[in-house]
Design a protein around this ligand. Structure first.
Ligand SMILES: [Zn+2]
Length: 280
């Protein structure tokens, strides 16, 4: 059972023109991506062809930079209904774009969202801003803890127009891991390309912090994380497709499989860690 913990299937109609333009320029197969975002059936066929059993479908609220509003939650909840065993919903909330955070959190839980994404460089916030009066963030984290919903944080840089990269430093998650010890924290992209050492430290320090290797070209993975084996039990395979620089899910999987790692380590990263987080 292979899980890709990081694929972007989102309502493309919500994209701001500049963000959409970046996608169009970088992707020669943009029509195919549009088709998958409309049709779970054709997307599942793509997963089959790529030898992927399950995928977490990443959505987040980022009205300023990308254009996404809280409507993404209903979108992804509806989308995964097509095959809830294979499609794992990831939704989101934004502290500054919620008029009633408690009812928004309840709605998210009611929709059965199975992961929450926080994207600091696109949401323009620090993950530990609850320490500076942003109580909405604390409410989101408490709900995640109480309901066993893991929270994925984008860590590392972003080249989307308007993204602010100071927010991409994973070190701000040290506070979050201490203050919310029961919340599973996934470090998307392992702080690439500036903060891999910080990410590695946090994963080793905190029992509740995990690595999502998506966005890192598999051929470069061991250069970025030479001691990956030591954290395999807390590492998840993911691609970040169709993000800029990730041409194909199947190719990504092939490249990962050809890495010089023991087979049990590969199995752990491709299957086991994700099964522990989202049992089949
Ligand atoms: Zn992503």
């Amino acid at each position: 059972m292979i899980t890709d913990c990081h694929i972007h299937i989102s309502p493309l109609a919500m994209f701001k023109p500049a963000a959409l333009e970046l996608m169009r320029v970088k992707r020669h197969n943009f029509a195919q991506i549009e088709q998958y975002c409309r049709s779970p059936k054709s997307f599942l066929e793509y997963l089959d062809a790529s030898e992927i059993d399950r995928a977490a479908l990443i959505n987040y609220v980022a009205p300023e930079v990308i254009g996404f509003t809280t409507e993404v939650n209903q979108f992804v909840a509806d989308y995964v209904k097509h095959d809830p065993k294979r499609l794992i919903s990831c939704g989101s909330l934004h502290p500054r774009h919620s008029s009633n955070i408690l009812s928004d959190v309840e709605q998210l839980v009611r929709l059965g969202i199975r992961m929450i994404k926080i994207h600091p460089p696109h949401q323009l916030l620090f993950p530990n801003d609850y320490l500076r009066g942003v109580t909405e963030l604390e409410i989101i984290y408490r709900a995640a803890e109480a309901n066993g919903i893991p929270v994925m944080f984008h860590t590392g840089t972003s080249i989307f127009p308007g993204a602010r990269n100071k927010y991409g430093d994973p070190m701000y998650l040290d506070d979050v891991a201490v203050d919310f010890p029961k919340m599973k924290i996934l470090l998307a992209h392992g702080g690439r390309p500036l903060w891999m050492d910080t990410a590695f430290f946090l994963i080793r320090r905190h029992p509740n912090v995990y690595l999502d290797v998506s966005g890192i070209p598999p051929k470069s993975l061991l250069r970025y994380f030479p001691r990956l084996e030591e954290i395999a039990s807390k590492t998840l395979f993911g691609t970040d497709w169709p993000g800029p620089g990730v041409p194909d899910v199947g190719q990504n999987l092939k490249d990962f499989r050809s890495l010089p790692l023991p087979q049990p380590v590969k199995d752990q990263i491709l299957s086991q860690t994700a099964l522990e987080i989202w049992p089949a």
